[in-house]
Design a protein around this ligand. Structure first.
Ligand SMILES: [Zn+2]
Ligand SMILES: [Zn+2]
Length: 285
């Protein structure tokens, strides 16, 4: 069947198909986010606009990360560390359970590695991702290679513990890229209650992660808000900002004018990649 051959390709081929797949998923998320926000009458979350050089930089780092992730898995599979079953081996119910399990465990893995990345020794590494103060979908994988190598072992460990069905693997990776691109799309897409709070408060809203880029004062989660609530690391402005960004025609005011914000972004691009001159807004927690 065609869909099984596609999933097999996902596993067998490392570099180019992964880049194409990543580009397609991010492209679809971009178009859907524009469509949904237009239907809901929502603006971009931030007044500030991303610069072209920022977007080019995000694409470059994201493509590097795709190669690191694909390369890690490809090597682990060929060394026999990561194991795969035949497509469909667990059946439809088994695949659903596996994908849900991969998402829940990845949320924990991401939260704690993200906290680690905000510690002093790794803050310079994480700065590559945080240079995008007004992120776009292309920031989904915009990571320093060291950060990519910190994230890449997750699937290898999972596949070493439980042999992964390729269909579950492709589904999980597609969801992971989509959620990351949604979190960086710059437009709130999640439904709201009449009082302005998120309808699904357990989901990490776009505003939550956008706020993480703008302020770096919490919101370390990926899919869900469980860990941030449990560890009391929610940005205290999350609710208020969501109420603004999710209303028709609403957005929240950023700290300065768009011109000033763009000038700041340009200055960031001009500065050396690993010079920690602007690390002051990355708190160590
Ligand atoms: Zn961060
Ligand atoms: Zn981010």
């Amino acid at each position: 069947m065609e869909w099984i051959r596609v999933t097999q390709l996902w596993v067998d081929l490392a570099a180019l198909p992964s880049l194409v797949r990543f580009t397609m998923i991010v492209g679809v998320v971009y178009l859907v986010s524009r469509g949904v926000s237009a239907v809901l009458g929502r603006n971009r979350i931030q007044v500030a606009r991303p610069t072209h050089s920022q977007i080019l930089r995000e694409i470059g780092w994201s493509f590097c990360t795709v190669l690191v992730f694909s390369g890690f898995l490809w090597i682990a599979i060929n060394l026999g560390i990561a194991r795969l079953t035949k497509p469909g081996a667990y059946g439809p119910f088994g695949i659903v359970v596996l994908v849900v399990g991969l998402i829940v465990c990845h949320d924990a893995y991401f939260y704690w590695t993200h906290r680690l990345l905000h510690s002093k020794p790794l803050a310079t590494v994480h700065w590559v991702h945080h240079r995008s103060r007004t992120p776009t979908v292309w920031a989904a994988y915009s990571l320093h290679p060291v950060e990519a190598m910190l994230n890449a072992p997750y699937l290898v460990i999972a596949a070493a513990i439980i042999p992964l069905d390729p269909i579950a693997l492709v589904t999980f990776v597609t969801i992971m890229i989509s959620v990351s691109a949604i979190g960086h799309c710059g437009r709130e897409l999640y439904p709201r209650r009449p009082d302005g709070s998120p309808r699904f408060a357990w989901l990490n809203t776009v505003t939550n992660h956008d706020l993480h880029h703008e302020r770096s004062r919490g919101n370390f989660g990926f899919y869900f808000t469980f860990w941030d609530r449990l560890m009391r690391t929610e940005d205290p402005l999350s609710r208020e900002r969501f109420a603004m960004s999710s209303q028709r025609g609403g957005r929240y005011p950023t700290a300065s004018t768009p011109r000033a914000r763009n000038a700041e972004a340009s200055a960031q691009v001009a500065s050396s990649l690993d010079r920690p001159a602007r690390m002051d807004h990355l708190p160590t927690i």
